[in-house]
Design a protein around this ligand. Structure first.
Ligand SMILES: Cc1ncc(COP(=O)(O)O)c(C=O)c1O
Length: 373
């Protein structure tokens, strides 16, 4: 019997249910369900939340689409190379492949578990056109160091698309995730830092030109109604109902993120004497923890531990059980091994972690882990 489920979205959303009901009703009553005021309002609010300087947000269908649309606007063409990591969710890479580009995988840092920026220079070739650093679990890649590296190599032509699906609200030296590179791609998958009640995504850019392009690409390639200027446009718009829900959640996001930061600290205190490791925070980063992932000492069989935890009532998940470069669909792009990524994958477990959890629940989780190790 599961006593502590990994996540109950119902419970997470309950605390703002009346506000959400009202926002949804307003949209229904408006009679306008796509590309209306709710979406415009949310895009504006998200843009000003992300950057005090100028910047634009455009809503789209999903985080996957956010990456695809940014790649299209960056004019990534078939056979161009796009550097990323294998320690990520599949969509980071499926987005790259969907525009015909070739994903090139670099290693992660053994402590921060995100892209090892120092290894990027070796992966750059004349065909490299973009880099997709992934801010995994809420921690950030040092995108400033990445930009410096490209500057030193004379390769500022390479577009940086930050995958912020798991790190909305995180910051590096005071700049929010997604605002340091050329594009920030966000996901509103229901469990994310702000989750829709369905699918949703958004892209941030500081470039007014890129923004105009994004507006076309996400709406059939049209500049305005029945007037297409770019080929390859798609239908990827953020619905009014989802935008209204997200606008409610956006107001609370930083508070929720701060609360989760405290919970993460508590987990780390409670489990500090056990043979497990937590993700190190990138220097200069204020993480916006999305997941609480532990890495078990190699002497344990992670799968056995996971079953044992479940038998004691604790549900855990694995993000992710098989790194992307070893997936059947993507194997052909990676003829070499990624030892750090591969060994981390075998030891990780994600613990229940959300902004409605109380400290006592964390203590219960810690007790069960203690019993099972
Ligand atoms: C790191 C990462 N990138 C991209 C995505 C894709 O987002 P979506 O599910 O909204 O398409 C996700 C979410 O699942 C993710 O975790």
């Amino acid at each position: 019997m599961v006593q502590i489920p990994f996540l109950s979205l119902k419970r997470v959303n309950e605390i703002i249910e009346p506000e959400i009901n009202e926002a949804v009703k307003d949209v229904i009553d408006s009679g306008w369900y796509i590309m209306g005021e709710a979406c415009q309002k949310f895009e504006k609010n998200m843009a000003s939340d992300l950057s005090k300087e100028s910047g634009f947000v455009i809503g789209c269908n999903s985080g996957t689409d956010a990456i695809c649309l940014a790649l299209k606007v960056a004019e990534i063409k078939p056979d161009d190379e796009v550097i990323t990591v294998a320690n990520t969710a599949i969509p980071t890479v499926s987005a790259i492949v969907s525009v015909g580009a070739v994903p090139v995988f670099v290693e992660i840092d053994a402590n921060t578990w995100v892209m090892d920026v120092q290894q990027v220079s070796e992966a750059i070739t004349p065909r490299t056109k973009a880099i997709v650093p992934v801010h995994l679990y809420g921690n950030m890649v040092d995108v400033s160091a990445l930009k410096k590296l490209l500057l030193n190599l004379g390769r500022e032509d390479i577009t940086i698309i930050e995958d912020c699906a798991q790190a909305q609200g995180a910051a590096l030296q005071g700049k929010q995730a997604g605002t340091i590179g050329d594009f920030g791609a966000y996901s509103f998958y229901p469990s994310k830092n702000i989750g829709a009640m369905g699918d949703g995504g958004a892209i941030f850019t500081k470039s007014a030109i890129a923004y105009q392009q994004l507006k076309m690409y996400h709406n059939y390639g049209q500049k305005d109604r029945y007037n297409a200027l770019v080929a390859g446009g798609v239908n990827s718009r953020l619905d009014e109902i989802q935008a209204a829900i997200l606008d409610v959640k956006l107001k609370y996001m930083h508070n929720w993120n701060r609360y989760k930061y405290k919970l993460m600290k508590k987990y780390r205190e409670l489990l500090q004497d056990l043979p497990i490791k937590f993700q190190a925070i990138t220097a200069g980063c204020e993480p916006a923890w999305h997941l609480c992932v532990i890495s078990l000492d190699k002497s344990y069989n992670r799968d056995d531990v996971q079953v044992k935890l479940l038998n004691h009532g604790l549900q855990t998940l694995i993000h992710y059980p098989n790194p992307v470069h070893l997936q059947k669909a993507f194997k052909k792009y990676c003829q070499y091994s990624l030892p750090v990524t591969e060994s981390l994958t075998k030891t990780i477990l994600s613990l229940p972690f959300n902004y409605v959890m109380q400290e006592e629940e964390l203590e219960q989780v810690a007790q069960i882990i203690r019993k099972c190790l």
